[in-house]
Design a protein around this ligand. Structure first.
Ligand code: ADP
Ligand code: MG
Ligand code: MG
Ligand code: MG
Ligand code: MG
Length: 446
């Protein structure tokens, strides 16, 4: 792509755009927008729009609240009609980096955190890290008042009169809208659970992919709403039914070639690939709070639902945390299977890059891959293969993060402290809440 300012101004005018939406993502992964009208377009493109950083949870303190939004011209897109009703004027979107008024990049900006890790990989001689995500989500019915439920239409008999599946229809609209916004959709399909869907888009460099995931999530929610449905990226909305993950495929390229591929090596995986995999294994526990950030995330990471619970890698088996898909050559990659779509995509890809880079810098090597179904292994067998478990709760994940200086450093002081503080409060609030389960189990008995 690579638009210039003049080209963007011309497109805005030519397409009759009336509003420009400046998009950023906060530390907890929530997309925030500042919208400016036509009269401010030039100023916005010059990166001179100010916003109050303290209005965003965990972003800045009151004393340093004025922040600048500097748009990345590569992210320019005019929003299609299905996404933004054009009756009040068309809307365009630019993703921004956040700067201090004096021109320094803001350390609390997740996009900056990811950029720093990409720079690190570039210093190690790589062109970039490439990432391809497989986000899953549920489509649930809304009540007549518009409130989300956990009822899926697949089950709800009273919609049987509809000529085709409401969810399939909505998903096709999502794909059409995303394609109109420049996404290359590789596949979209119904998932294992009723009401569950997956849309896969083509891998790209890590920053583009993080931008794509952030955009993908609000577009999917918006289109679902158009259909009277609620799209949720909550990892485990219903007990006993597969949760929603976001498997992430990763590779490094060097001089335009896939640096994970070595046709002569064992498994045809290069030393670089092995170091990278070893780094992911080494820091899995420390980074899982970032890739799986909710109390609810750990209810998906339980045995029996194709979600990993053990820190291991495999050349094929889907029970392992890292799977190496069979493709070789340009498609050689590692699939990290624990992340879920509630994560902040910028921070998640940043910690994956940091873990891999640490493996490369320290020349770490992974243990032999596990080819068997790990769910069927005994505790003793797991111990023999030195297979550790992933943290089982958000609290354990936060404890592991506190013990991992490599991941802390990748996040940077600002993001690390704000993230930890917010998540500790979240855990404490959960811990003191009396849940329905406790009443069901105990109230009548004790
Ligand atoms: P699965 O077999 O686990 O369901 P999918 O085929 O659904 O995997 O998804 C594969 C993902 O991997 C896609 O997003 C695709 O673009 C991505 N991918 C392909 N090649 C590479 C690569 N070299 N590096 C990173 N991601 C890649
Ligand atoms: Mg898939
Ligand atoms: Mg697939
Ligand atoms: Mg899937
Ligand atoms: Mg997968």
């Amino acid at each position: 792509m690579g638009y210039t300012k003049a080209e963007i101004l011309k497109a805005l005018k030519g397409e009759g755009v009336k509003f420009l939406r400046l998009q950023i993502t906060d530390i907890l992964g929530v997309v925030k927008n500042v919208e400016v009208p036509e009269s401010q377009f030039e100023k916005a493109l010059d990166g001179e729009i100010m916003f109050d950083g303290s209005s965003i949870e965990g972003f800045t303190r009151i004393e340093e609240s004025d922040m600048l939004l500097r748009p990345d011209y590569n992210t320019f897109v005019i929003l299609p009609d299905q996404v933004e009703d054009p009756s009040r004027g068309r809307v365009a979107r630019l993703i921004c980096d956040v700067y201090y008024p004096d021109g320094r990049p803001f350390e609390g900006d997740p996009r900056y955190v990811l950029k720093r890790q990409i720079e690190r990989l570039k210093r190690l001689g790589f062109d970039n890290m490439y990432a391809g995500p497989e986000p899953e989500f549920f489509l649930f019915l809304r009540t007549p008042e518009g409130l989300p439920t956990v009822e899926t239409h697949d089950k709800a008999g009273y919609f049987d009169l509809a000529p085709i599946d409401k969810g399939e229809e909505a998903r096709r609209d999502m794909v059409n809208a995303l394609v109109a916004m420049g996404f290359e959709i590789e596949a979209s399909h119904h998932e294992v659970a009723p009401g569950q869907h997956e849309i896969d888009f083509k891998y790209a460099d890590a920053l583009t992919t993080a931008d794509n995931i952030a955009t993908f999530k609000w577009v999917v929610k918006r289109i679902a709403l158009n259909h009277g449905l609620h799209a949720t990226f909550l990892p485990k909305p219903i007990r006993g039914i597969n949760g929603s993950g976001m498997h992430t495929h990763l590779s490094l390229f060097k001089d335009g070639e896939n640096a994970f591929f070595d046709p002569k090596a064992e498994y045809q995986l290069s030393q670089i690939a092995l170091h990278f995999i070893a780094g992911l294994l080494e820091h899995a526990a420390g980074m899982v709070a970032i890739t799986n950030p909710l109390v609810n995330s750990y209810k998906r990471l339980t045995p029996g639902y194709e979600a990993p619970t053990n820190i291991a890698w495999s050349a094929s088996n889907r029970s392992a945390m890292i799977r190496i898909p069979a493709r070789r050559g340009v498609g050689t990659r590692a699939e990290l299977r624990m992340p879920d779509p509630s994560c902040n995509p910028y921070l998640a890809l940043a910690v994956m890059a940091a873990a891999g880079a640490d493996g490369i810098e320290r020349k770490l090597l992974p243990p032999p891959p596990i080819q068997r179904n790990i769910y069927q292994m005994s505790v003793r067998e797991k111990r023999k293969h030195k297979i550790r478990e992933l943290p089982g709760t958000l609290r354990e994940a936060l404890e592991a993060l506190k013990k991992d200086p490599v991941i802390q450093e990748a996040l940077g002081e600002h993001v690390y402290t704000h993230f930890l503080q917010a998540k500790q409060m979240e855990w404490d609030d959960y811990r003191v809440t009396v849940h329905q389960w406790e009443l069901d189990q105990y109230l009548a008995v004790y």
